[in-house]
Design a protein. Sequence first.
Length: 100
Amino acid sequence: MIKSIDRKTNRVILSYKEMLGTWEENIVDLNEGMTVNGIARETEKSKNGIFIELKPNLIGLAEYKEDIEYGQNVEVYIKRIIPEKKKIKLVITNSKKIKN
């Protein structure tokens, strides 16, 4: 998607993130109480949690677990969806040692 064109510097600014859908569009088929697959994307430095990618533009936060690594496939339980804050609270139920 073309975000802007700067004719003075002859630059075109592109973005693909908008093509992945909004938070609201991506959360539609997910509900509290569901168990879904995701990918571990980042561990908080303070070990408070692990960010899990549920869809390309949808991330939730799971409680920290010692044996989870970046890129690892995990199965998560959707504990809570908070639409007004665009947050998803998750619980890791199973981790697989297969990396993407």
